[in-house]
Design a protein around this ligand. Structure first.
Ligand code: ADP
Ligand code: MG
Length: 558
């Protein structure tokens, strides 16, 4: 039997890939910079085991040069370079990753830092360029080579002069057409933005010649254009630094730099986990509600990095809806990426991280509540409603996690209290946790139904938001105490009520029959009640749905 190799139409494959796997053209720069960083990392790892090599961090950098006139963009690195054979294998065979092979050959344990693994990123250059030229000289080699390709019809390799070890990738940027703007890949400012966005935490400096307007020497009002080499990326990600070395201000700066919000964060959470799943995260609880927070436009999510390279700007799967206000980022080495390095193929790790993060947020909010009540109340003012939605959503399945974070205004304390506060103050004979729903505190205070409960010395929680009562119905009971609306039929207060009630009702049968008749389509029953003190009459609800809830339900669109 003859065994045959699969044949691939590499031209078509390349075209397909380039045009379909990446959703943003601009990521080609991320890919080329990642390759450059990998190439430098390889020298670094070789130097660890080879005494003849020294690694002086200052000698290693990546440089991006744009030449508008010639429409070229050049990415230079001082990395390990490629031999002729490596050029053929790594740039000539699609899906062959020299970096993955390097990782395996060197059994790199800490080597998770190497970014490449799929052997396709390089070709993304053809999304922006019609010709790609590579000049490269490998470490330890005297020969240098030029590799060139127009993408679809193969490539050429020839010897070429190059003084230093390393690689230059030169892109001939495409001309603009009706649909696409390629000029922006030659614009200094735009390039800086892309580098910052995706490659800010590459560990080696990414340099660029930047033109700036500076005052002329000896003159105050005359300016000249000066070119200056600048390092664009911040290099050391704050989340890899030791917590003890960081100040609140560092975190606040990060929050502002990242445009997480215009406010100052109320609290930051810095997580480094090195267990079943490894990740670093910096999360923020904002103080103020973003202007679009309670609208459909608001999109929850955290930035997701893999080895310091941005993979996704808003990863919604990392946050439950009830913590959608949390801002920040997660960096993990353990993510399963698909070849476009955009979406995750298997989200097992992501799920683990999300679960872990959720717990941390809950416990940090809990400690904020315990340690800094004032701050917690400011937080609750903005986002309490979201927590209540959380309790209500998914049939109350998150209530255990959230119920201790809830607060309601108290008739006794005249401020927000937690359910734990309430229960701890309950007199022994009090059976229920009482609440009253209404539009404002004022209105609730005037409700006839609250009188008897207050007179008994029992505290009442005021529910002024639509969601309150719905959420509490999901909680059902707290520390074995059930919730009771002050307008419900049986308040559990007057045991002796029944006897008096019947006698008064029979004594005044005519009056009661008359009232029932007049209100026949509005009320189910008219009864004598002992619960009224200074008011002649009140409405009360039997059953699960209270009058307030009914109002909300009726106001909802069908
Ligand atoms: P990946 O980075 O996932 O391996 P790429 O298509 O981006 O895939 O690159 C293919 C291979 O080409 C890399 O694994 C590496 O061996 C080689 N390579 C690409 N760019 C460079 C570079 N600047 N310096 C040295 N080798 C490079
Ligand atoms: Mg790559």
């Amino acid at each position: 039997m003859e065994k045959k190799q699969f044949q691939a139409e590499s031209k078509r494959l390349l075209e397909m890939m380039v045009n379909s796997i990446y959703s943003h053209k601009e990521i080609f720069l991320r890919e080329l910079i990642s390759n450059a960083s990998d190439a430098i990392d390889k020298i670094y790892y070789k130097a660890l085991t080879d005494d003849t090599l020294t690694f002086n961090k200052d000698d290693y950098y990546i440089k991006v040069d744009a030449d508008k006139e010639n429409r070229t963009l050049k990415i230079t690195d001082t990395g390990i370079g490629m031999t002729k054979e490596e050029l053929e294998n790594n740039l000539g065979i699609i899906a062959k990753s020299g970096s993955l092979a390097f990782k395996n050959e060197n059994e790199m344990k800490d080597g998770q830092d190497i970014i490449g693994q799929f052997g396709v990123g390089f070709y993304s250059a053809f999304m922006a360029a019609d010709t790609v030229t590579v000049f490269t000289k490998a470490l330890g080699s005297d020969e240098a080579y030029k590799w060139e390709s127009q993408g679809t019809d193969g490539y050429t390799i020839e010897p070429h002069e190059k003084a230093d070890v390393g690689t230059e990738v030169i892109l001939n940027i495409k001309e603009n057409n009706e649909d696409e703007n390629y000029d922006e890949f030659l614009e200094e400012h735009h390039l800086k933005t892309i580098i910052k966005k995706y490659s800010d935490f590459i560990r080696y400096p990414i340099k660029m010649d930047v033109t700036e307007s500076k005052p002329k020497e000896g003159s105050e009002d005359e300016f000249e254009q000066v070119q200056e080499e600048q390092t664009i990326n911040s290099m050391v990600p704050i989340w890899r630094k030791n917590k003890n070395e960081l100040t609140d201000e560092d975190y606040e700066n990060f929050y502002t730099e990242k445009h997480y919000g215009f406010d100052k964060p109320l609290k930051h959470i810095h997580i480094s986990v090195d267990g079943a799943v490894r990740y670093n995260a910096i999360l923020f609880i904002p103080e103020k509600m973003p202007y679009d927070y309670y609208t459909k436009e608001y999109e929850k999510g955290l930035e997701l990095y893999s080895n310091g390279v941005l993979i996704m700007e808003k990863c919604g799967d990392l946050l439950p809806d009830y913590f959608s206000f949390v801002k920040g980022m997660v960096d993990s080495e353990d993510l399963s990426l698909n070849i476009s390095r955009e979406i995750l193929q298997h989200d097992r790790q992501l799920k683990l991280i999300a679960k872990n993060i959720k717990k941390k947020i809950a416990s940090q909010l809990q400690s904020l509540l315990k340690d800094d009540r004032e701050k917690y109340e400011a937080f609750y003012e903005s986002f309490g409603r979201q927590l209540k939605y959380g309790v209500y959503s998914d049939f109350g399945s998150h209530k255990e996690e959230l119920q201790d974070l809830l607060m309601f205004y108290s008739s006794k304390e005249k401020k927000l209290v937690t359910l734990a506060d309430y229960v701890s103050r309950m007199p022994e004979d009090q059976k229920y946790i009482y609440y009253a729903a209404g539009e404002t505190h004022d209105r609730i205070e005037k409700l006839p139904q609250t009188e008897i409960v207050s007179e008994k010395g029992y505290e009442i929680l005021y529910f002024t938001e639509d969601i309150d009562e719905f959420a509490i119905k999901m909680v059902m009971n707290y520390k074995e105490k059930e919730f009771k609306s002050v307008s419900s039929g049986d308040l559990g207060i007057d045991e002796e009520e029944n006897e008096d009630q019947t006698s008064e009702e029979t004594d005044n049968k005519e009056l009661f029959d008359y009232m029932k008749n007049v209100l026949s389509d509005k009320v189910k029953d008219v009864r004598v009640s002992k619960r009224l003190k200074s008011h002649p009459v009140c409405l009360s609800a039997d059953g699960e749905v209270s009058i307030e809830m009914e109002k909300v339900l009726n106001s909802m669109p069908d």
